[in-house]
Design a binder for this molecule. Structure first.
Ligand SMILES: [Zn+2]
Length: 161
């Protein structure tokens, strides 16, 4: 580690202790050239969830983005923002268990699965907005099952999803 005082690259660690409640280690170092002391912190690199898209590019999982999509789908539906937050919590937790990398299909299916339990209209809206998911056979099977359960009268008022 380069000394911040004299620039020499020769130090020894004189003390190590946990910092930030155990999420970091603070090392007290002494420069061999000028004898001055400084500290370094060692932390675990941010273990972000990564989403692999259909074109193979990768993006960090963005909670706000998913939340915005769900809020749009639940607009004018009897679903509170709190319920949406809870839904996103649940799906994020499930995705993290599959992580560190998940596909955009996995994210989509997870949203659909959670959304279906919450509100079926929002579920269909979400599905039709995210046209990516329409190509997935799993999803089509899911949607087929759902449409059978929704009474025909209600189905007619809905645009084709
Ligand atoms: Zn120094």
């Amino acid at each position: 580690m380069r000394c911040p005082w004299c620039g020499a690259d020769d130090d020894r660690v004189v003390d190590s202790r946990p910092a930030d409640g155990g999420s970091a280690i603070r090392r007290r170092r002494q420069c061999a050239a000028c004898s001055r002391r400084y500290s370094t912190y060692e932390r675990i690199e941010d273990v972000g969830l990564v989403v692999r898209k259909r074109d193979d590019s990768r993006d960090p999982f963005r909670r706000e983005k998913v939340t915005a999509g769900i809020l749009k789908a639940t607009k004018n539906r009897p679903v509170s923002e709190f319920q949406v937050e809870e839904l996103v919590d649940r799906m994020e937790e499930r995705l993290r268990r599959k992580g560190p990398e998940v596909t955009s299909e996995q994210v989509g299916l997870e949203v659909l699965q959670q959304l279906r339990k919450l509100d079926e209209v929002a579920y269909i809206r979400f599905a039709s907005v995210y046209k990516d998911f329409q190509e997935i056979t799993d999803f089509e099977r899911e949607l087929g099952t759902l449409l059978k359960r929704v009474p025909a009268k209600r189905r007619q008022r809905k645009p084709k999803a």
